[in-house]
Design a protein. Structure first.
Length: 289
């Protein structure tokens, strides 16, 4: 009786330990959409906002006939506002999405603040503006993102923005533009800002990775562990997978891809703990024989 209780107790403890190591997937920080944009779009979940140019009106706003030829759409831009301190230390990222009957879910990744990596450019560029804390995220491709058939009554076509960063105080979406082949504006709404140069990594981060300090005329060498010093916030940032369900509505799940790996590792570690616990129980049994 005592042996069975020992086995049951240790097995239960190992299972609890393994479950504790599997984190829940984290959605991105809420997108705070301005009132004028909210009237013409849909926010089906906190970290996803989309403007529909065709689709089922019973499910929300549809801006039918706002764009005469959906086959002429080559890109889009969103103007966003953030806490600049968070932006430069924590960083942010997500995607501009083109969701349609012809192309399904078509996401173009963006990165901002400390998430920007010059050696890993994104399809969507993050531009600075004249206003501190205000940025323009823009994707402009070399091919149409929608087919002309997406304008048919039974089809749908939407332009949206997704956010993956879970630690930012918030992202305010204040403007949208839908772009033609030459970057010409086919549709715009909200408070759009003029873009400047493409955003670079914060100056403090760039200088810290290149510093070669000297003291009293003597050159000091940096530790190997500091040579490739990067922002730890970027390393712990979340990535997301956006998927579409149904045929006339947009649904996207922003889950941390990085946390999937962590979850798998946690599960493995949990099973290992269970094995150790059972092995310990077996030793107890053998000693009592």
């Amino acid at each position: 009786m005592k042996i069975s209780k020992i086995l049951a107790g240790m097995s239960a403890a190992a299972i609890v330990a393994s479950m504790a190591m599997i984190p829940a997937s984290a959605a991105g920080t809420k997108l705070n959409v301005s009132d004028d944009l909210a009237k013409i779009g849909r926010q089906t979940q906190d970290d996803l906002f989309a403007v529909f140019f065709n689709g089922d009106e019973s499910e929300g706003a549809v801006n039918k006939d706002a764009i005469s030829d959906l086959g002429a759409v080559y890109g889009a831009s969103f103007t966003i506002k953030v806490d600049n301190n968070d932006w430069n230390t924590i960083g942010g990222g997500g995607s501009i999405n083109f969701n349609s009957a012809s192309g399904g879910w078509n996401a173009k990744d963006w990165a901002g603040g400390s998430w920007v990596e010059d050696d890993k450019p994104k399809d969507t560029l993050c531009y600075t503006t004249e206003e501190e804390g205000t940025y323009v995220l823009e994707y402009l491709g070399d091919a149409p993102v929608f087919a002309t058939t997406d304008g048919d009554a039974d089809n749908y076509a939407a332009v949206g923005i997704n956010n993956w960063a879970a630690d930012l105080k918030g992202i305010d979406v204040v403007g949208i533009k839908v772009l033609g082949a030459d970057g010409n504006v086919l549709f715009k709404a909200g408070s759009n800002k003029d873009k400047k140069e493409v955003q670079k990594k914060p100056v403090a981060e760039e200088s810290s990775s290149k510093t070669d300090s000297t003291a009293s005329g003597t050159e000091s060498k940096k530790d190997d562990s500091k040579k490739d010093d990067k922002s730890s916030a970027a390393a712990t940032s979340t990535a997301a997978t956006s998927s579409k369900s149904g045929t006339t509505t947009t649904t996207a799940t922003s889950s941390a891809a990085a946390s999937d790996n962590t979850a798998a590792t946690g599960a493995t570690a949990g099973l290992a703990l269970a094995g150790v616990a059972l092995a310990g129980a077996a030793i107890v049994i053998s000693k009592r024989k």
